[in-house]
Design a protein around this ligand. Structure first.
Ligand SMILES: [Zn+2]
Length: 241
C-alpha cells in the first residue's frame, strides 16, 4: 500500500468551511493543485482556498499565518466594496449622487442633479443603471476627446468604453480610442486627463518628453491627476452592480 493510501485512510476529511479572522474561507481541494492558494471570490463574497487533495490542517494553518498581511489587505478591500442598491450614494462625474429604485411600467433612468431614479417593472434596476452609466461615461469621454482632438489638430476614429482593470485608456495606431467606463466614478479632471493622454498619443505614439509636453498643453495639471489615478484609482472598482 502506498503512503498516500495509508495517509488517506487515517485522515478524517477537513471541514469545507473555515473561519479565519471573522471571515469565511471555503476549501476547494483540486487534484491538479500543487500548492495552496488563497483568493477572494467577489461574486460569492467569500475567500476560497484551493489546495492539493491531500492537505493537512497544519499545512493550511501554516499557510494562513504566512498570508496574514495579504489577507488583512484583501479583507479591507472587501469592506470597501459598495453593492449598489436603493439609497446608495455613488460619485458620478465628480458629483455625489443618491440612487433611488422604483417600480414603474417603463424602463428608464432619470439623472436629476444629485439624484438618479431608476424605474423598472422587472426588478432589473441594477442592470439598467449599469447600462446607463456606461452610456453616460462614453458620452462624456467622447465629448472631451473631441475637444482635445480639435485643440491639437489631430483626428480620431471610434471611441468605445470597456470594463478594464489594468488600463484606463488606450489609443490604437488606427486612431481608435478605448476607455474604462468606470472612470465615471473618478473626479471630472481625472477623466479629462485620461482623454488628454490618449488624444496626445495621436501626436506621439510613446511616452516621450514631447508626448508629456503635448499632454501639458491641453491639461496643465496632468501630474496631479496622474497621481490620483495611481493612489486612488482603485476606488472606481468599489462599485458593484
Ligand atoms: Zn499612454
Amino acid at each position: 500500500m502506498s503512503l498516500r493510501k495509508i495517509f488517506k485512510t487515517k485522515v478524517s476529511p477537513l471541514p469545507q468551511e473555515w473561519h479565519h479572522k471573522g471571515q469565511v474561507i471555503r476549501l476547494s481541494p483540486l487534484k491538479r493543485a500543487r500548492n495552496i492558494k488563497l483568493a477572494y471570490d467577489s461574486k460569492r463574497d467569500h475567500f476560497r482556498l484551493t489546495t492539493p487533495v491531500y492537505v493537512t490542517k497544519r499545512e493550511i494553518e501554516k499557510f494562513l499565518t504566512h498570508a496574514d498581511s495579504w489577507f488583512d489587505e484583501r479583507v479591507q478591500q472587501t469592506k470597501d466594496l459598495v453593492n449598489v442598491d436603493h439609497g446608495s450614494v455613488v460619485p458620478i462625474l465628480g458629483q455625489a449622487c443618491q440612487i433611488h429604485f422604483q417600480k414603474d411600467i417603463k424602463r428608464k433612468v432619470v439623472f436629476d442633479a444629485t439624484l438618479i431614479t431608476v424605474s423598472d417593472h422587472q426588478a432589473k434596476h441594477l442592470e439598467l443603471l449599469e447600462i446607463e452609466l456606461r452610456q453616460k461615461s462614453l458620452e462624456f469621454l467622447t465629448k472631451k476627446s473631441h475637444e482635445f482632438t480639435a485643440a491639437l489638430g489631430v483626428s480620431i476614429k471610434k471611441i468605445v468604453v470597456r470594463d478594464t482593470y489594468s488600463r484606463w485608456g488606450s489609443c490604437a495606431a488606427s486612431g481608435n480610442l478605448s476607455y474604462s467606463w468606470r472612470l465615471i466614478f473618478a473626479p471630472l479632471e481625472v477623466l479629462e486627463y485620461v482623454c488628454a493622454h490618449e488624444v496626445s498619443h495621436r501626436k506621439h505614439m510613446n511616452h516621450s518628453q514631447d508626448f508629456w509636453q503635448t499632454v501639458a498643453s491641453i491639461c496643465p495639471n496632468y501630474r496631479k491627476h496622474r497621481a490620483w489615478l495611481k493612489a486612488e484609482g482603485k476606488q472606481v472598482f468599489r462599485y458593484r452592480f
